[in-house]
Design a protein around this ligand. Sequence first.
Ligand code: NAD
Ligand code: UDP
Length: 339
Amino acid sequence: MRVLLAGGAGYIGTHTAIALLEAGHEPVLLDDLSNTSDVVTDRIAEITGTRVPLITGDAADDEVVESAFDAHGPFDAIIHFAALKAVGESVAKPLEYYANNLDTTYALLRVGLARGIRSFVFSSTGTVYSDPADLPFTEEATRNLVELSNPYSKSKLMNEVALTDIQAVNPEVNVTLLRYFNPVGAHASGLVGEDPKGIPNNLMPFVARVAVGALPEIGIFGDDYDTPDGTGLRDYIHVVDLAEGHVAALEKAQPGLASYNLGTGNPVSVRGLIESFERAVGHELPKSVKPRRAGDLAATYCSPEKAERELGWKATRTIDDMTASVWNWQQKNPSGYAG
Ligand code: NAD
Ligand code: UDP
C-alpha cells in the first residue's frame, strides 16, 4: 500500500513509517517540521535501507496536500498524525489548537477523497474518555465533549465527530479512529525516539532527562490518589507496538467506520514507571513528591480487546522494554536530533 503520513516526521509517525516499510508498504511523509527535524529521514534510511520521501509543508493547505499527491500519489490511504499536542499549551492557545487540529483533517479529506483514497486513519487519544466509572475504557465508554478538560482533547473528539459524519456520506471509504493511550519508548536501534522541545511535560521524557543529568529531579505529581501506591495510573504503550497497530489497522481496513483503543490494558503507576527506569539505569534517580497537577485523572487505562479481536494486534512489549529503549535512545542522543 502507498500511504501518505501527515505529521509523519514526528515521534509516532517516524516509528510507523519504519513499521510500514518493514511490512512491505510505501510510506511518504508530509510534515511542516514544526515539532521535528528532517534528520528523521536519514535515521529511517539507516534503519531500513529505504529513503522515504518528505514533503515539507502545511497539511492544512489544500495546495500542499495536492502537491504531495501529484509528486508521490496515488495513495491508497492517509494516516493523519499532524497535530499540536501539548495539553497545557492548548488551554492557553485554543484557537491555534482547534484551527490546526481540525483544518488539517479537512484539507487531507478534501484532497484525499477527490483523489480516491480508500482508507483514512486518524490519531485520536484515550483522553476522549473521562468518566472513571467506565474503567477500563472500552470503545463504547462515555465520550462527552463538555466534560473534557482541555482544548487538545476536545479537538480530537471534534475530529472524531466530523470524521463519523463524513464517512457516513462516503460509505465506500474506511475511517479508522485509533485512540492511543500513553505512547512511550523508542526504536531498538536508538536512532529514532521522542524528542520534545524544552522541558518535557510528560513523565517518561522527563525521567529520561533526569537520568541523563539534564534535569535535577523528578517531581511526582501527587501520591494521595485512590490507587495502589497513591500515584497516578496510566496505560503506557511502547511506540513500536503502537506503530504495528497502524499497520494492522491499514491491512484490516474495511469500508465503514471503526474505532480502536491502542494500549496494553496494564496500568502502571508513576512510582512503577520510575522504578522500571531505575532498573534500566542501574541506580536510583532523584525524586520528590509534589502537589497534584491540575486536570489529571487518578487513572486511565483501556481494554485493548477489540483491537486484538478485529485487527489481530496486541501490544507485546513490557514497561521494562519501554524504559530500557528510552534510556538507550537518550544516551545515544542526549540532545535529541539536534545532537
Ligand atoms: P509529534 O509532534 O511528534 O508529531 C506530530 C507531527 O505533526 C510533528 O512532526 C509536527 O511537525 C507535525 N505537524 C503539526 N501540525 C502540522 C501541520 N499543520 N502540517 C504538517 N505537519 C504538522 O507528535 P506525536 O507524539 O508523534 O503524535 C502524533 C499524533 O498522535 C498527534 O495527532 C497526537 O495528537 C496524537 N497522540 C499523541 C499522543 C502522545 O502522547 N504522543 C497520545 C495520543 C495521541
Ligand atoms: N507525572 C508526574 N511528574 C511529571 C509528569 C507527569 O508525576 O513530571 C504524572 C502525571 O501526574 C500522570 C502520569 O505521570 O499521573 C503521566 O503523565 P503524562 O503527562 O506523561 O501523561 P498524561 O497525564 O497526559 O496521561
